[in-house]
Write a protein that binds this ligand. Structure first.
Ligand code: AQP
Length: 334
């Protein structure tokens, strides 16, 4: 039987190189032999403050980005999370089945809430249970994500197993995380210990898929490094987070191993490595940026794909939700 895959991105800004290398780059090849659902998770995007106009614009931008990154909207299904009401409904049920102790361990909440935990929304705290609903609704076998989401997928597995066991029934497929080894976590260009994020206040911390060639070159030129040359082996990148990150980006963009990149640039200063990295990034990202602009000019076409995707998603999601409601004791809808 064809395995099903579910993944998504928040419309919280233009997608970054981190989102691309950690997640989207892999989606394109997976769609060849999987039943793929790719969601634009706008319910998750409102867990932090966002302007309504920006949210609308970013939602369409993500849809255009999916297509520009090679997602075939006929072979795969792209849809907006709020167009499938079952996400919020199952999200509530799973929130009631998840102990707070499990949620308290989630590092993303700690990172995002920072020092102002009391001001963070309940939605941000419950984000992982909604994410579990996103996945479990579709009985997904696999979830292709970056390394930063590994903890949330493990929680999803724990929730699925505990609900299945509580009701003595395989209500949910227990999904597997699918995390690429190279570039599983791309770090900020300003701080090699911090993840590259679309919501980072500094635009110089990231490469956006919509950046122009000039912007890409400037950001790589200004990327933080140390004063040493590139080492011969990976061992030499230990305790050099910024250098390690740039090597990982080069490796992933050029489809080589990090070892090969070190061998190629052994002893070279960053003044030699950075321009080559910039050329490579422009070669890969600039056409994607152009393609996003082109798709954004055809809004009705994008909406047509989103409607088709939502129709398909609703059909599967409603079936799971009905089964869950019956099992937990809700009366059938009259
Ligand atoms: N830096 C990263 N390296 C590798 N993969 C990454 N992903 C995100 N950042 C990196 C992967 O991208 C997918 C979509 O992520 P998301 O939008 O749902 O949320 P996120 O993980 O919180 O990503 P951001 O960019 O950091 O968004 P904001 O700033 O809004 O929180 C996921 O598969 C993720 O693993």
């Amino acid at each position: 039987m064809t395995k099903r895959i579910l993944s998504g991105v928040q419309p919280s800004g233009a997608l970054t190189l981190g989102n691309y290398l950690g997640a989207l780059k892999n989606w394109q090849s997976l769609q060849e032999n999987h039943d793929c659902l790719f969601c634009i998770v706008n319910l998750h995007a409102i867990t932090v403050p966002v302007e309504p106009d920006a949210l609308r614009k970013q939602t369409l931008e993500i849809a255009a980005t999916y297509l520009a990154c090679g997602i075939d909207p006929v072979q795969s299904h792209i849809f907006v999370q709020s167009h499938v009401p079952a996400h919020a409904e199952l999200g509530w049920v799973l929130g009631c089945k998840t102990p707070m102790g499990w949620l308290n361990r989630m590092t993303q909440f700690k990172d995002k809430a920072g020092k102002h935990k009391e001001k963070a929304s309940l939605g941000l705290y419950g984000y992982p249970t909604l994410q579990a609903a996103d996945i479990l609704l579709y009985q997904a076998d696999g979830v292709p994500v970056g390394d930063d989401q590994k903890q949330h997928i493990e929680l999803t597995r724990d929730i699925a197993m505990s609900v299945n066991s509580a009701y003595g029934k395989d209500l949910f497929t227990v999904p597997e995380p699918m995390i690429e080894k190279t570039a599983a976590r791309i770090m900020s260009l300003r701080d090699g210990t911090k993840k590259m994020s679309k919501s980072d206040p500094s635009d110089f911390s990231r490469l956006n898929l919509t950046d122009s060639a000039d912007e890409i070159r400037l950001k790589i030129k200004k990327a933080k490094t140390d004063s040493g040359p590139l080492p011969e082996t990976l061992e030499g990148l230990k305790d050099r987070p910024e250098a390690k990150n740039l090597v990982a980006i080069f490796a992933s963009l050029s489809k080589q191993s990090e070892e090969d990149v070190c061998r190629q640039y052994a002893g070279a200063p960053f003044s030699v490595f950075k321009p080559d990295l910039a050329d490579l990034a422009v070669e890969v990202l600039a056409p994607t940026g152009e393609s996003i602009k082109k798709y954004l000019k055809e809004t009705s076409e994008l909406e047509r794909h989103l409607k088709r995707g939502a129709d398909y998603a609703n059909e599967i999601a409603e079936k799971t939700l009905k089964d869950v409601f019956e099992t937990i004791g809700f009366l059938p809808r009259l």
